[in-house]
Design a protein around this ligand. Structure first.
Ligand code: IPM
Ligand code: MG
Length: 353
């Protein structure tokens, strides 16, 4: 198969973890005789520095013309404490999601036996927890207008908007995932307060009838936040709107033992994007210490979702498990042994494949 990738490394540790994920991609392609082509393009603070735009048109063109996008991370402390900055790195990520029509962000939450002792939760609570969060990614308060400040500067507003069509497509997708798994879907909203949530619930209740074999449960987001730490094993597929999904998936990721382990896939209308769920970890940039595993596992999701190449995806996952077993891990998850560098872990995993 011919595989043509856009590589958007972004900011902070992005370039280092992407380099290692590419080592893995190259190893898999050579093992299975796929022809790999890839091209780098700037995004985020790096792109603002280069051309003043966090998602340049040329980057978008490249994404549109590629089979998949491998994405590192975005964000820079140079902008975080400057509320007056006119252009921000995160706008690049949001523009990419919107322009590529990436309405679904799939975040699998899986646990690793070797890391359970690092979980903030008791082992018996989290062992074998295995669920998927599906976050709506191009609607809600992230994109609703108006957004801004009143003229006097003392009042600010964001607007949460959802249309029936937007809700239908993400809820249907969630049902399809639930059908392929343990047939249980939790729909998370705040229908006791928000009008958008009440529309979510109404639309979901209509679609629910089309999937009688799936057990549907409706849950308020505050309760969901609590259940994720109290009884994470109760979840199979969870679907929710953009902002709730942003918050709940950070919470869900740490119960597995490290934020540095979890991949994600963003899918929708145009090219799909595969990226770790963690951020750009600027304190570690250039130090060769960041955990490359979330990005490497995102590459596994890419083989599976974008190309339907399951053996390739499983090879990557196996190589990652082997690295955990062998203790070839970065400092964030090391227990008593030696901490390996980002590049050492990446090379070991690629070698294993
Ligand atoms: C994420 C991130 C982004 C988001 C930021 C960087 C804009 O937190 O992908 O979860 O809020 O969506
Ligand atoms: Mg987030």
């Amino acid at each position: 198969m011919k595989i043509n990738l856009a590589v958007l490394a972004g900011d902070g540790i992005g370039p280092e973890i992407i380099t290692q994920a590419l080592e893995t991609v190259k190893a898999v392609c050579s093992k299975y005789s796929h022809t790999l082509q890839f091209e780098y393009a700037p995004v985020g603070a790096a792109a603002i520095d280069a051309c003043g735009n966090p998602y340049p048109d040329a980057t978008h063109e490249l994404c549109m013309n590629s089979d998949a996008v491998l994405f590192g991370a975005i964000g820079s402390p140079r902008y975080d404490n400057d509320p007056t900055a006119k252009v921000r790195p995160e706008q690049g990520l949001l523009a990419m999601r919107q322009k590529l029509g990436l309405y679904a962000n799939i975040r699998p939450v899986t646990t690793f036996a070797e890391l359970l002792h690092r979980s903030p939760l008791r082992r018996d609570l989290v062992e074998n927890a295995d669920f998927i969060c599906i976050r709506e990614l191009t609607g809600g308060i992230y994109f609703g207008r108006p957004q801004g400040r009143a003229e006097d500067g003392n009042t600010a507003y964001d607007t949460c908007v959802y249309t029936k069509t937007e809700i239908e497509r993400i809820v249907r997708l969630a049902y399809q995932y639930a059908q392929k798994r343990r047939k249980s879907l939790t729909i998370v909203d705040k229908a006791n307060v928000l009008a958008t949530s009440r529309l979510w619930r109404q639309v979901a209740q209509e679609i629910e009838k089309e999937y009688p074999e799936v057990k549907t449960e409706y849950m308020f987001v505050d309760n969901a936040a609590m259940q994720i730490i109290q009884n994470p094993k109760r979840f199979d597929v969870l679907v929710t709107e953009n902002m709730f999904g942003d918050i709940l998936t950070d919470e869900a990721s740490v119960i597995t033992g490290s934020l540095g382990m979890l991949p994600s896939a963003s899918i929708g209308i145009h090219t799909s994007v595969f990226e770790p769920i963690h951020g750009s970890y600027p304190q570690a940039a250039g130090k060769d210490i960041a955990n490359p595993v979330a990005t490497i596992l995102s590459a596994a999701l890419m083989f599976e979702y974008a190309f339907g190449l399951n053996a390739e995806a499983n090879d990557i996952r196996n190589a990652v498990y082997q690295s955990l077993k062998a203790g070839i891990v970065t400092e964030d998850i090391v227990t008593d042994g030696k901490a390996y560098k980002t590049s050492e872990v990446g090379k070991w995993i690629a070698q294993q494949i």
